[in-house]
Structures are given as structure tokens and as C-alpha cells.
Design a protein around this ligand. Sequence first.
Ligand code: PA5
Length: 440
Amino acid sequence: MFDYSNSFISKHEIDNIIPNILLADNMLNCKEGPGSDFLGWLDYPNRLEQKEIQKVKDAALKIQGDSEILIIIGIGGSYLGSKAVISALTHSFYNEITTEQRKAPKIYFAGQNISPTYLKHLLDISENKDISINVISKSGTTTEPAIAFRFFRELLLKKYGKEEASKRIYVTTDAKQGALKKMAENEGYTSFVIPDDVGGRYSVHTPVGLLPIAAAGIDIDSFLQGAKDAIVEFNKKDITNPCYQYAAVRNILYNKGNLIEILVSYEPGLYYISEWWKQLFGESEGKDNKGIFPASVNFSTDLHSLGQIIQEGKRNLFETILNIENLEIDLSIPSDEYDLDGLNYLQGKGMNYVNEQACKGTLFAHLDGKVPNLMINLPDLSPYSIGKMIYFFEKACALSGYLLGVNPFDQPGVESYKKNMFGLLQKPGFEEIGEALLKR
Ligand code: PA5
């Protein structure tokens, strides 16, 4: 699954780091490291009860039956995982194909920004459609989704009245506390629980990810099975464990000055997998003035832009290719009688073959440019493989964070902008901060 033969790392460097990686894994398993209150994701797929899965499936079925559009409202870990999985596993033009082809509602995301232009446009296209909402927030108090939810709740109340609106609002939030929890109780919304011990970016296998993914018609049993198998496979206590390898190699490269990791994919459908991955690693590791900066590119598109700086810019980066071994769809390149474009040498060849040669050619070029290259191989794009891959990244990230000496489960830096924003907005309780900022 994980290949680091092009990382420019010698065997003895791996041998040297093995004791540290074993220690990091022990910190995870014995729940002895920083952030150990947030390790619920480690075995969550095994603990998830069948009746909760059935509740998710029932809700998804109801949404499919009565809604043309599903709006997912959330930000960060409360939206990126489901967006990533849905984008990777559905039609590239999911919202544009017919309902018969899709067999599921169109899906749009809101509350992941504060742009009135985006929200107004989304409200415009939702107005005359049958809609349901899944609002997701662990804290239940995050400003961006709270604003979007106000607008969509208002729209639903106007369209359907109180009783029907409350049947079309699904809430995913904390089990006991928070504004959303209270609202769900008061209004009788169907609600799902984000466990206390699972942080936002580690929550894709919980109802945070499961409800939107199931509503999109994706098989959540296979998705969860992938994660359950990953729990067993990535629990090996030696360096053949791919999570150990990825965490170890990243740490070695970081200590040699490779401060930027670029996740590379050749499939546009993986764009949001990269976005989710960037959040997972960036928010988990970037603290205490440490951390690899996670970036991403989509090739061959970005070979015509960022390819230049990767090939010849400052040598402080490395690449991790997310490679899909078997793709379901292929197109054979047509022949042309006159061959004016000179492409007949490729006639009859599959586009996947051409894409693979682009990948190999780029790999050789970037190795010549002294860019360490890692590769993660997925057998296919299926719910099972994606469910497994997500767990792989989560575990590797936790290990990598402990190797780096940080708490991979908190995000204290995220609070800084919130405090300033609240101060500037004169939120009660933040007036002093606001005044100090206005003086600045
Ligand atoms: O990973 C995280 O914990 C964060 O990205 C959160 O998911 C994000 O800030 C949204 O928080 P909440 O779900 O409380 O609205």
C-alpha cells in the first residue's frame, strides 16, 4: 500500500526511528499521550451500534424519497470528510445528472464560509425545490454554520411550516450540550451524535460523515467495513505497518528540511480528499512552531502551473502520490483519418494508460529534481477502499503528531481568529478584545 522506495531515505534511518514510532503507537494504545481524551475514533467503527447505522440509513432513505436537494451545513471536520468521500465516489457531475441516474438528491454544502454571495446563490437555487438540511456542528456554536442554518431554517419554515420543516432538519451534534442540541430537543429534529471523544477531523466514520454519504447513495456498510479491516491491518507492531512507515518517513524528511508535503493525485474526483487530508494533517501537526505544511496538486492540470516550482524551486518539499490502481472507467483514444494533431500514435490507447505514463514521467522528472516521492496505492475507488484509506491517514497522522512532539487532537490556534472576529463584531463578552484591536 505504501511505497517509500523513492524517498531518498536509507534503511538505517528507518531503523533508527523504529523505537520512537513504537513509543508513539504505545502512547496511542495506552491512551497516555497528549489529547488522549480524543482517541474514540481509534475503534469507533467497531463500537458503532447497528441501530445507529440503521437510523442513519432510515434518515438517508427518507431524504432520498422527499428531497430534491440536501443541504449539508458545517465547516472544517464537520463537512470536509463527507464532501471528500461523496466527490471521490460519485459521478464527476453528480448534481447535473438526472435524478434517475443519481437515485439521490442533489447535494450542496453551506456554512463553510461567510460569503453572502455564495449563500444567496445557494438559497436561490433551493427556493423552489424540495429540500432537507443536515446541520453538523460538534460544539453547536460555530459561527459560520450557525449563520447558514438561520437562513435555511427560515426558508424551510416559510416553505413547509413548523411541523413539516422539523421533519426535514437533521442535526448532528454533541450528545449532551450545545445550542444545536438544545434546539434539536425543543423542535423535535432527528438528531445524531458526535461522540465526545472524537474530534471533528477524525469524525468521517461517525454520523458526521455517514448521513451525507448514505444520502448520496453510497454503501456505508462497505465504507465502515474498510475502516474495520484497517483497524486490524494497521495495528501491526512492526515497521511493515504502512501507518508506521508513512509517519516515520514524514518525520525523517521533515527533520532534513522537507517542510512542505504535496499530496498529488491524477484524478479530479480526489480533489476534496486532498482538502480533507490538508485539514487532518495541518490542524493536527501545525502547532508549537512545528509541522509540515500540507499542500496539494491535481496533475496533470497543475503540471502546467505548479509543476515548474516543484521541479526547480527551493528544495524544501516532498510529494506523496495518491495512486488508484484500477479505475472503472476508461476511454480509448479515437483515430483520425488526417492526423492533423499528430495524435494517431496514441489511437486505441486508453486514457488511463496515458495518465499512468504522465505519472511515471513526472515521477522520474521530480526525482531528477531531487524531490523525495512517496506513494500510497489504493486498489480502486470504492466505499471499502476509501473507508480504509481514511483510517490509514488518521492513524498515520496521530503517530506522526506524537513523533513530532505535539498534541495531534487539539487546535488552539483556530481560536485566535475567532476571538478577534468576535471582538470586532462586539459579541457580548469580547468587547475588550474588540477595543484593543480597533486601537491597533
Ligand atoms: O477538526 C476540528 O475539530 C475542526 O475543524 C472542527 O471540525 C471545526 O472547527 C467545526 O467545529 P464544529 O463541528 O464544532 O462546528
